[in-house]
Design a binder for this molecule. Structure first.
Ligand SMILES: [Zn+2]
Length: 146
């Protein structure tokens, strides 16, 4: 169960969406959601492994957390980020501690590679599209859509 209160945000809808996505994508690791700390790029989400190795954190833009509305772009974003969790859980995606290097399926990439050319990002976008309707239907059934 994902915590509905995080550092001043109350996110019952996003918590339930994340649980739907975890189920649909077949993620077995623990996942929590936290506010995105860095505003270094125009990113609105990111995913990281916990330092203690037993789970993952998905970071989401604070404006999205404040609104807690399950719009189509929010659904796509959560699928995208939790698919990165799945890639890491399956050992296909690894990062160094400072996120300057990624290892994707055994091949090293430097993060100077443009975001939209990184194969793990392309795959996450494809999964967000492929799973969108299924996740949205689950949300409709749970009556949590905005
Ligand atoms: Zn991504």
């Amino acid at each position: 169960m994902i915590e509905k209160y995080i550092q001043g945000y109350y996110i019952p809808n996003i918590s339930r969406l994340a649980e739907v996505v975890i189920k649909v994508l077949g993620v077995s690791a623990e996942v929590d959601i936290r506010p995105l700390r860095m505003k270094t790029s125009d990113a609105i989400g990111s995913a990281e492994k916990y330092t203690n190795d037993w789970g993952y954190t998905v970071f989401i833009d604070t404006g999205i957390l404040k609104a807690d509305e399950l719009t189509d772009p929010v659904i796509s974003l959560v699928i995208h980020e939790i698919w990165h969790v799945k890639q890491m859980e399956d050992g296909r995606l690894m990062n160094n501690d400072v996120y300057t290097v990624a290892v994707w399926e055994g091949v090293h990439y430097t993060m100077t590679m443009p975001h939209d050319q990184r194969p793990w990002e392309i795959e996450a976008e494809e999964m967000a599209e492929a799973c969108f309707q299924k996740v949205k239907d689950h949300c409709l059934n749970l009556n949590i859509l905005s």
